[in-house]
Each structure stands twice: as structure tokens, then as C-alpha cells.
Write a protein that binds this ligand. Structure first.
Ligand SMILES: [Zn+2]
Length: 149
């Protein structure tokens, strides 16, 4: 992807998300707007596709808005048991909205068009209110959707 294509992609994502919603406070401080380029472009495109298909606001991180979520986009270090999480590679997001179950079903039904290669099992994500929908573009080596648990 050349610079012009990158900038066009970033402009497209900026219609819906500020970079601070996608990275940690530390990365924002260190990288500022350059942090856009710490993502895989496929991941940013997937985020746009999901947001546009969903048609309603989606939240990733909210630390910059006074919330506590900081590691739902690109992470700086492993959290818990997720030593090799795709969140460290800039290829996945944990999405929050007012109806995670419907969002999960929408992503599941449209994963090819949305460019999603991996999702977490429903039981891991949305069975508890206020949880998230994990979507990833990490290559899986298979053609069907990988459901991880
Ligand atoms: Zn996740």
C-alpha cells in the first residue's frame, strides 16, 4: 500500500474513529497520529466495513473520553494469558455497542464481505452484558471463519 492509499484509508477510518479510540494512552503519547500506521491496513479496512454495515456507533477504547477501556484495539504488551494476541499485531478489535448480540450475529453472517478471519466464541464475548465482539483479520491459513475460544 502506497502513501496515498494509506492516507485515503486513514481518512476513511477517521470518519468514525479518532486514533485515541484505537490505541493505548502510552502509544498515543509516543506516536500521536503516526499510530495509525501501527495497524495492519486490512484491520482498519475491516473496522470501516463493520462500522458501515452496522450503521450505528461502535466503541473500541474510551480512555480518551474518560472511560477505562484502553486495550480493546492495539495493545502495547500482553494482557492476562493472551501472550500472542492479535491485539499486539494491530489486526483485531474488541467492539462494544448497545447490542453486542446483534453485532456478533451480523459479523458472523457477513464475515467474508467484512474481511473478518477470526472471531471469539459467543460464550467468550457476549453472554455477559457489557462484553465485546472480538473481530480479527489475522491470517488463519483456512478459508472458513476461525472461531477461537
Ligand atoms: Zn480481542
Amino acid at each position: 500500500m502506497n502513501a496515498k492509499e494509506w492516507n485515503a484509508l486513514i481518512d476513511r477510518v477517521k470518519q468514525y474513529f479518532d486514533i485515541r479510540e484505537l490505541v493505548t494512552r502510552a502509544r498515543w503519547k509516543a506516536r500521536g497520529e503516526k499510530a495509525w500506521r501501527d495497524f495492519r491496513p486490512e484491520a482498519l479496512l475491516m473496522l470501516v466495513y463493520v462500522r458501515e454495515r452496522w450503521g450505528l456507533p461502535l466503541k473500541v477504547n474510551d480512555w480518551s473520553l474518560g472511560g477505562t477501556m484502553e486495550n480493546c484495539g492495539l495493545r502495547d504488551e500482553p494482557i492476562g494469558g493472551a501472550t500472542f494476541s492479535g491485539h499486539l499485531l494491530g489486526c483485531c478489535f474488541d467492539l462494544h455497542c448497545n447490542d453486542e448480540l446483534s453485532l456478533y450475529e451480523m459479523c458472523l453472517a457477513n464475515y467474508v464481505q467484512l474481511g473478518i478471519t477470526e472471531m471469539e466464541t459467543k460464550s467468550l464475548t457476549i453472554t455477559v452484558k457489557g462484553q465485546w465482539v472480538h473481530v480479527s483479520v489475522r491470517p488463519t491459513g483456512i478459508d472458513s471463519l476461525q472461531i477461537i475460544s
